[in-house]
Design a protein. Structure first.
Length: 272
């Protein structure tokens, strides 16, 4: 898949998420000559990538033409400082695609202007390998062409879902935005439990990583629901059933995950 835009792309901020998406876009054929990255303190990996691929990297880029898309990928705490400076780059057809967690369409519109087209999206870090998932919504100024422009970028790094209710982006953030960290923690815990049960650390880590990634790929390829896949592994009275009595019991994984997602949703709303 090759990403074709109607004009330049300006990426503002290359932290973990911005870097992940940029890597995914470049891997999917986005022309580096059409990309400008704005960041006052880029990491060494981004500096090296810019030298290797040829995209522009500057603290204050000097753009020859208005961007087709401005992707806002800074920390939500500094959005209020960054947005006013972007007004100079806005063209009549520019759409702002924000992946800043918790920053509402209304708050961004107040800083950029009432007629500015804004799409708010919540991706996740597997976008770096083309396996992300993003949920997006927009303000009333976004045209169908601008929406398709954003979908083209987002779908190049994974699945895309569109919602009309902006309030849904808070639980989306808690489930898929933060979700990879939950899976990584599960892998850590599984490896540590293996060590506690007597396995060598290296073997425990290998088993945990391969099990989590293998199960994830099986779930991706299977038409069965996760609960059916779980039941297929669970023999009555067997080892898996014994473990699931703990994980599915009172204050087990189900309760912990519900509380974790609730807390993350609450935090997303606090950042709004």
């Amino acid at each position: 898949m090759t990403i074709a835009l109607s004009g330049p792309l300006l990426l503002v901020g290359v932290g973990k998420m911005g870097s992940a998406m940029l890597a995914g876009w470049l891997d999917q054929g986005l022309d580096p000559a059409n990309v400008s990255v704005q960041d006052p303190k880029p990491g060494n990996e981004i500096v090296t990538l810019a030298r290797k691929t040829g995209f522009s990297l500057d603290a204050e880029p000097d753009l020859e033409a208005a961007p087709a898309i401005i992707v806002l990928a800074v920390k939500p705490q500094i959005v209020g400082d960054v947005l006013p400076s972007l007004k100079a780059h806005l063209g009549e057809d520019t759409v702002v695609l924000s992946i800043a967690a918790g920053c509402t369409l209304e708050s961004m519109q107040a800083l950029l202007g009432e007629k500015v087209a804004i799409v708010r999206a919540m991706p996740n870090t597997p976008a770096a390998i083309g396996r992300g998932i993003t949920v997006a919504c927009s303000n009333a100024c976004v045209t169908s062409d601008q929406a398709e422009r954003c979908i083209s970028l987002l779908s190049a790094v994974g699945q895309v879902a569109w919602v009309d209710d902006e309030d849904l982006l808070d639980p989306v953030t808690a489930v898929s935005g933060s979700g990879p960290a939950y899976v990584f923690l599960l892998t850590e815990c599984l490896a540590e439990a293996g060590v506690a049960a007597g396995l060598e650390e290296a073997l425990a880590k290998t088993l945990a990583r391969a099990t989590v990634t293998g199960a994830g790929e099986l779930m991706r390829q299977s038409e069965l629901e996760p609960d059916e896949l779980r039941q297929n592994v669970t023999s009555p009275g067997g080892t898996t059933a014994a473990a699931l009595e703990i994980l599915m019991g009172d204050e087990g994984l189900k309760d912990l995950m519900a509380r974790a997602v609730q807390m993350a949703t609450q935090r997303a709303r606090e950042l709004s």
